[in-house]
Design a binder for this molecule. Structure first.
Ligand code: NAD
Length: 308
């Protein structure tokens, strides 16, 4: 009797802090049967693959190896975490020019071999690079996803949970907009068990500021952020591989969303095996809508300046 194993292949392009932590998280959680690591720095990809292979007796069988772009051929998901990262004091937008140049080569190399997979972008500025990847790849919109404000929403939920002493998984709150300084919390919808949060305006402001400053604070302390983003990427991967129809605040192309079109931006979206199946039209107060729009205008301005 031949045993049929359902193959799932994931490629991670760029195995620096974010890419290697994500690969390791996916391995620990046994998300795939084949895991390919690609990096401009071939030694790093080779070393990471070797290191992870030595852990297989403790986690279970997975084919982990350092590869090249031809290995993207039958990949279900290609995660891109390659490129420059923020240095202390730099904003995410500061990375745009450098990373667009890097993405130009990466997207051409991926699409030379893969026409059917899902591209999941983590590199910053993630909204603009997801938009660029969509345009450059020629893939349908649903199959190019940015990690968007999923991490920011997780940070918000964690900080709320600390204030109200409830498990962060039971706190429902979304940050929409740019994954960056102009991101916007939708306080009017935040709740636990359907109960509206009874936080003061001051407490909310403190939480938002802490959420916005989170990456800067971590980068100042240890040079990079990688654990929480790895878990966020794992969450998106799982929603895709298990066809979950989960609602995640990923970056996707919006069309007349609170008056905004033709920009990739973080919004609650239904994620399943097809990628982003649907954008969820969440209600916003006038003030939230205004902040969301100005976040979108900021991204559009940068897209125009960069001539994408
Ligand atoms: P890093 O410098 O540790 O890693 C980047 C890796 O990319 C390096 O290994 C480098 O060799 C590789 N690389 C560079 N050019 C390449 C190319 N042309 N092809 C293949 N590989 C190439 O940086 P990091 O801390 O891992 O951050 C990676 C990116 O992720 C940054 O842009 C960072 O801002 C972003 N990030 C995003 C989020 C999010 O929420 N989306 C969170 C954290 C970090």
């Amino acid at each position: 009797m031949t045993i049929q194993i359902k193959k799932k292949k994931i490629v991670v392009v760029g195995v620096g802090s974010v890419g290697s932590t994500t690969a390791y998280t996916l391995l620990l959680r046994q998300r795939m049967t084949e895991l390919v690591l690609i990096d401009y720095n071939k030694d790093k990809a080779y070393g990471d693959a070797l290191d992870m292979n030595h852990g297989l007796p403790f986690v279970g069988q997975t084919n982990v190896y350092a590869g090249d772009y031809s290995d993207c051929v039958d990949a279900d998901i290609i995660i891109i975490a390659a490129g420059a990262a923020q240095k202390p004091g730099e904003t995410r937008i500061d990375l745009l020019k450098k990373n667009v140049e890097i993405f130009d080569g990466i997207i051409s190399s991926i699409t030379k071999y893969n026409k059917t997979g899902i591209i999941l972008v983590a590199t910053n500025p993630v909204d603009i690079l997801s938009y660029y990847s969509w345009k450059k790849s020629g893939f349908p919109v649903n199959r190019v996803i940015g990690s968007g404000t999923l991490l920011d929403s997780a940070r918000l939920r964690y900080l709320i949970s600390e204030k109200i002493n409830v498990d962060p998984r039971s706190v429902h709150a979304h940050i929409v907009g740019e994954h960056g300084d102009s991101e916007t919390p939708i306080w009017s919808l935040a709740n636990y068990a359907g109960v509206t949060l009874s936080l003061t305006d001051e407490q909310k402001e403190e939480i938002v500021e802490e959420t916005r400053r989170a990456a800067y604070k971590i980068i100042d302390a240890k040079g990079a952020t990688y654990y929480a983003i790895a878990l966020a990427l794992d969450r998106i991967v799982t929603a895709i591989l298990r066809n979950e129809s989960s609602i995640l605040t990923v970056s996707t192309l919006v069309k007349d969303y609170h008056g905004i079109s033709d920009v990739y931006i973080g919004v609650p979206s239904i994620v399943d095996a097809s990628g982003v199946r649907e954008v969820v039209q969440v209600p916003m107060t006038e003030q939230e809508e205004e902040l969301f729009r100005s976040s979108a205008y900021k991204l559009q301005e940068e897209i125009e300046k960069a001539k994408i």
